[in-house]
Design a protein around this ligand. Structure first.
Ligand SMILES: [Zn+2]
Length: 444
């Protein structure tokens, strides 16, 4: 039995069914679950003092490419649009191997943890030189992050009219067999699961219709979720109209890619009919505001999606297109970006935080996560609001307006993985040193 008592939190933003905000309360974590919430709780467990802190559910990241943390701010990719950016980076990524995948994932996961993230998905869609999804799964286990890795893939190379070089694409039968191996080896559907595998062809412009359809059939047969990139920018829409004769929403629907078990990254260019389709079918969206800004892709219609009832979560997206991986800053950016297009009342700090927590958990099919309520998993972020960022704030619980951009403490499944602003599960300086050495070799 493991037990922790979070004592005397100034404010708890529960994100529970009635979105309660509690003051001066204790939270007792027991065996990975939130066991009790109240005042003056009695326990002989380890006590974490939370006076002067805002406590929230752990943040949920619904879209990432962890491996890209090793290719941040690459010259030549810094100012390109999506397709040109990809063509700059593909040759570099083709030199990755298992160690690059593992170390870059350690860095990406540690960075996420420091920004309050307790559950992340990852989309790995290239496997050069013996790299495998297993490399990132091992990194997440080491960090202690709840992890939804997705088995990505690319099958249409340059010589077949696709975007990636032929050296990075795989045979479609091999792709499906590897998905089966990964699901059978790692997927855990149980409540409180630390690893759930998804199936994730990279995008409509890098795999065939057949693979999209077969991947959906496989995912449903295995009872796992499906993920891809969709409607990211104008180039993406033009490609869909030209190659498939329809918009991305139609393409997704035709191939079985809508439903409660599907979430699509970006969706910047969804039109009104596609938003209705996603709402009716309970299809999820991973909104990635910083990446959309960085690549000039546009502003996703998140206000319209939320109003229509679409499930929306947040994603930092890969660190080659962000280039940071700070999830609480991503939440702030989502709030700001809706205001740019829709006005200052388009999204509150609390709604953006809800998208970053409960919203993401809903997108990933995790009704056991994303809220602070008795019986839910003990994934908890503690934010110290006694520092300079919150000094003078009249509403410290409006974290995204004036609050820290790093957590003080973080718990996943009741286990502490960040303490006093430091990751407890990794030797971070050593990992950074290795990451920089490997990046230097790739650059050479
Ligand atoms: Zn992406």
């Amino acid at each position: 039995m493991s037990e922790i008592l979070i004592r005397n939190a100034s404010t708890v933003l529960t994100m529970d069914d009635t979105r309660r905000e509690l003051s001066q309360v204790d939270i007792r974590l027991r065996d990975g679950v939130i066991a009790e919430i109240g005042s003056d709780l009695v326990s002989d467990a380890e006590v974490i003092q939370a006076a002067g802190c805002v406590v929230t559910p752990g943040l949920v990241n619904t879209h990432h490419h962890l491996y890209q943390s090793m290719t941040r701010a690459v010259p030549g990719g810094q100012d390109a649009l999506l397709f040109g950016w990809l063509q700059t980076l593909y040759p570099i990524w083709s030199r990755f191997g298992p160690e690059e995948m593992f170390v870059s994932a350690q860095v990406g996961l540690a960075e996420l943890a420091l920004s309050g993230c307790t559950l992340t998905s990852d989309h790995l869609y290239l496997y050069p030189n013996g790299a495998r999804l297993d490399d990132t799964i091992h990194a997440a286990a080491e960090v202690g992050m709840r992890f939804h890795p997705t088995h990505g893939s690319m099958s249409i190379g340059e010589s077949d009219g696709g975007l990636p070089p032929d050296s990075l694409v795989e045979n479609e039968a091999d792709i499906l067999n590897e998905s089966i191996r990964l699901i059978d080896r790692f997927h855990d559907a149980s409540e409180g699961s630390m690893v759930r595998v998804g199936v994730a062809p990279c995008s409509p412009f890098s795999v065939s219709r057949d693979l999209m359809r077969d991947a959906a059939i496989l995912a449903r047969d295995k009872g796992v979720m499906m993920h891809t990139h969709l409607a990211e920018n104008e180039e993406d829409i033009s490609y869909s109209l030209e190659k498939f004769g329809c918009r991305p929403g139609q393409y997704a629907q035709d191939l079985g890619w809508v439903g409660d078990d599907v979430w699509h990254a970006h969706c910047v260019k969804l039109d009104g009919r596609e938003i209705d389709l996603f709402a009716k079918s309970r299809t999820g969206v991973a909104h990635c505001p910083c990446s959309n800004c960085r690549l000039g892709s546009g502003i996703a219609p998140v206000r319209a999606m939320r109003d229509a009832g679409v499930k929306v979560g947040l994603g930092v997206d890969g660190s080659a297109s962000n280039d940071t991986g700070n999830l609480v800053l991503e939440a702030r950016q989502s709030m700001l970006l809706q205001r740019v297009s829709q006005g200052a009342d388009a999204m509150s700090a609390r709604e953006a935080l809800e998208i970053a927590t409960r919203g993401g958990a809903e997108v990933l099919g995790r009704d056991d996560c994303g809220q602070i309520a008795v019986g839910k998993r003990a994934d908890i972020a503690i934010w110290d609001v006694t520092g300079i960022e919150s000094a003078g704030s009249w509403d410290p619980a409006a974290l995204l307006l004036a609050g820290p951009t790093k957590v003080r403490d973080l718990f996943v499944e009741g286990k502490q993985i960040v303490r006093d602003g430091h990751v407890t599960t990794l030797d971070v300086p050593k990992v950074i040193e290795r990451q920089n050495a490997l990046a230097l070799t790739l650059a050479g």
